[in-house]
Design a protein around this ligand. Sequence first.
Ligand code: PAN
Ligand code: ZN
Length: 184
Amino acid sequence: MANMTKVFRVDLSTGVILEVQRWERRLSDMREDFASVEVVEEILSKENPLIYEVYETRPISTKIGELVCCTTILYPGKVANEYYMTKGHYHQDPNSSEVYLVLSGQGFLLIKQGRETSALFLEKGSLAYIPPGCAHRVVNTGHTPLVFFAVYPVQAGHDYERAKQEGFGLRIVDKEGQPCVAKS
Ligand code: PAN
Ligand code: ZN
């Protein structure tokens, strides 16, 4: 009985999962992720905006097959003409896939497999499957938080360094008020 699961409460209007671990990334945690390093430093000289926060349930054991469930609340905003986004990563375990379900907002999911990156449009109700071995990043192109629920195996692990070194090859930028997919 000790490992019996519990039922969590998700506030579907905000994406907050009650009584679980929360972590966040501010702009200072993403100094080298946006294209314009100069604009990042200029913003940081005045403020350190919250880019996103994550609420996650951790299984009691870390046995293979256990799942992590979490929500990400990605705020609207831009660094120069580039929309706020998640850092993006590969899973360290090459066999770990993931599922995203968008609860609110609009944006794109960048999925990189080998040398190819796709930009998939996301809105409330979008269900995206991230196959094993792909780098993934979410970009908020709307004016409201982009909130998504994710499930992935506990053994996945996160390799941010590889995603940063390789880059995604695509960036989502504002061009005359419209989100636009640009090569980078
Ligand atoms: C997500 C991400 C979350 C934050 O739960 O961890 O959206 O993005 P970064 O991890 O790239 O900062 C997920 O893909 N987990 O595997
Ligand atoms: Zn992931």
